[in-house]
Design a protein around this ligand. Structure first.
Ligand code: NAP
Length: 352
C-alpha cells in the first residue's frame, strides 16, 4: 500500500513532536512536511529543541520547517494540526477549503455543529458528519477534531458506563500534567512544590465536550447527551499524564463489580478493525488499591489506553473511581492518528 503523505502543523511543540514520533514509522502514513511559525520557518527541524525520548527520528532531522499555509503543503493530503487556538481558528478552515483532510487538536472547531468531535473508541459513527460539513461549507476537504485531553479520557471512561447503566450526574476533579500547557509551558518557579487550582478555559471544555461525544447522531447534527457534569481542573507537578477523580450517579444502579465488568469488556470499532494505533483493550481496570499511578501507568497501551482503578461506592453519588490517561498521546496526537486510521479505512480520505 502506498503511504498517505501527511503534514504536521505546529510540529515543534509538545503535541507536534508526539505527532512526529507516532508517524515516523507509521504503516499507512508518511511525514511529507512539517510546519511551524514564522519564527522557525526555513530552518531544519533538528535545529529546534526535541523534548521526547528516544531521539528525534532520523528521517525528519533535515526537513525544512514550513510556514503553516495551505500553498506550502501541496505535497500532503492529510494535515495533523497542533497549532495554538488563534492560529487554528484561521488556518484550519483554509486548509479544509483547499481540499486537505484536517485532523485538529486545537479548540476552535470542536463544538461546531458540523465538525465531528471524535474519540475513536467512543463515537466513530459521528464521522458521518463529515459529509454534512462538506456539503454545507462546499469543501472537498474536512475538519475532524479530537477532544480536550482531559475530556478524552473522561469520556472514554464514561462511555461504557453510559451504555450499560445510563449517566445521570458526573463530578470530576483533574490533576493535569505540565506538558498539557505546551512547551516550554508552565514556569518552573510556578509549578515546583505547588498545585495550581486554575487552568484557563479548561473547566468549561471539560463540562461541554463529553456531552457532544456521548451524544446521538441525528441526521445532520448531534443531540447532546443528557447528564450533568461538574469539573474542577488543577495543574500539578507531573510531566505527562492526567489523573482524574470521578464520581458518577447512574440511572440504573450498579455495583463496583458490575461497573468494572462493563469497563473491562468494552470494545469498539478500532479494536474490531485492528487499526494500527488502537489500544486493545482501550480501558484497563486495575484492582490494586494504589493504582493507577502516573509514572507507572501512563504508557499503558503505548499511551493510548485509559487506566481506571479504585472503583468503589460513593456515599453522595453512586460510584467513584480514579482514571489516568496520557495527555499528549491518547489525549492529543495519538487520538488524531487513530481518527485518521479509521477514516482512511472507511474511505473518507479521498475526494468527496
Ligand atoms: P506548543 O507546545 O506551544 O506548540 C505550539 C506549536 O505551534 C509550535 O510548533 C509553534 O511553532 C506553532 N506555532 C505557534 N505560533 C504559530 C503561528 N503563528 N503560526 C503557525 N504555527 C505556530 O503547544 P501544544 O501543547 O503542542 O498544543 C498545540 C495545540 O494542541 C493547542 O491548540 C492545544 O490547545 C492543543 N492540545 C494540547 C494538548 C497537550 O497535552 N499539550 C492536548 C490536547 C490538545 P514555533 O516553535 O515556531 O513557535
Amino acid at each position: 500500500m502506498t503511504k498517505v503523505p501527511v503534514g504536521i502543523l505546529g510540529a515543534t511543540g509538545a503535541v507536534g513532536q508526539r505527532f512526529v514520533q507516532l508517524l515516523a514509522d507509521h504503516p499507512w502514513f508518511e511525514i511529507a512536511a512539517l510546519g511551524a511559525s514564522d519564527r522557525s520557518a526555513g530552518i531544519r527541524y533538528s535545529e529546534r529543541r526535541w523534548v521526547l525520548q528516544p531521539d528525534m527520528p532520523e528521517a525528519v532531522r533535515d526537513m525544512e520547517l514550513r510556514l503553516g499555509e495551505p500553498e506550502n503543503f501541496s505535497d500532503c493530503r492529510v494535515i495533523f494540526s497542533a497549532t495554538p487556538n488563534d492560529v487554528a481558528a484561521r488556518v484550519e478552515s483554509e486548509f479544509a477549503a483547499a481540499g486537505y483532510f484536517v485532523f485538529t487538536n486545537a479548540g476552535p472547531h470542536r463544538m461546531d455543529s458540523d465538525v465531528p468531535l471524535m474519540v475513536t473508541d467512543v463515537n466513530p459513527e459521528h464521522a458521518r458528519l463529515i459529509r454534512v460539513q462538506q456539503k454545507l461549507r462546499g469543501w472537498d476537504g474536512f475538519i475532524v477534531a479530537n477532544a480536550n485531553c482531559t475530556a478524552t479520557h473522561l469520556t472514554a471512561a464514561l462511555k461504557p458506563l453510559d451504555d450499560a447503566f445510563g449517566l445521570e450526574k458526573v463530578f470530576v476533579v483533574s490533576m493535569q500534567a505540565v506538558s498539557g500547557a505546551g512547551y516550554p509551558g508552565v514556569p518552573t518557579m510556578d509549578i515546583t512544590d505547588n498545585v495550581i487550582p486554575y487552568i484557563g478555559n479548561e473547566e468549561n471544555k471539560l463540562e461541554e465536550e463529553p456531552h457532544k461525544m456521548l451524544g446521538r447522531l441525528d441526521g445532520d447534527h448531534i443531540e447532546p447527551a443528557d447528564f450533568i457534569l461538574s469539573a474542577h481542573c488543577n495543574r500539578v507537578h507531573v510531566l505527562d499524564g492526567h489523573t482524574e477523580c470521578v464520581s458518577v450517579a447512574l440511572r440504573r444502579k450498579a455495583t463496583p463489580e458490575e461497573a468494572a465488568e462493563a469497563l473491562r469488556s468494552y470494545r469498539s470499532l478500532p479494536q474490531e478493525m485492528g487499526l494500527p494505533s488502537a489500544p486493545d483493550p482501550c480501558i484497563v481496570v486495575r484492582d490494586e488499591p494504589d493504582r493507577p499511578q502516573t509514572r507507572l501507568d501512563r504508557m499503558t497501551g503505548n499511551g493510548m489506553a485509559t487506566v481506571i482503578g479504585r472503583l468503589r461506592p460513593d456515599p453522595i453519588l453512586d460510584l467513584k473511581f480514579v482514571l489516568l490517561g496520557h495527555n499528549t498521546i491518547r489525549g492529543a496526537a495519538g487520538g488524531s492518528v487513530l481518527n485518521a486510521e479509521l477514516l482512511l479505512k472507511q474511505g473518507y480520505l479521498k475526494p468527496a
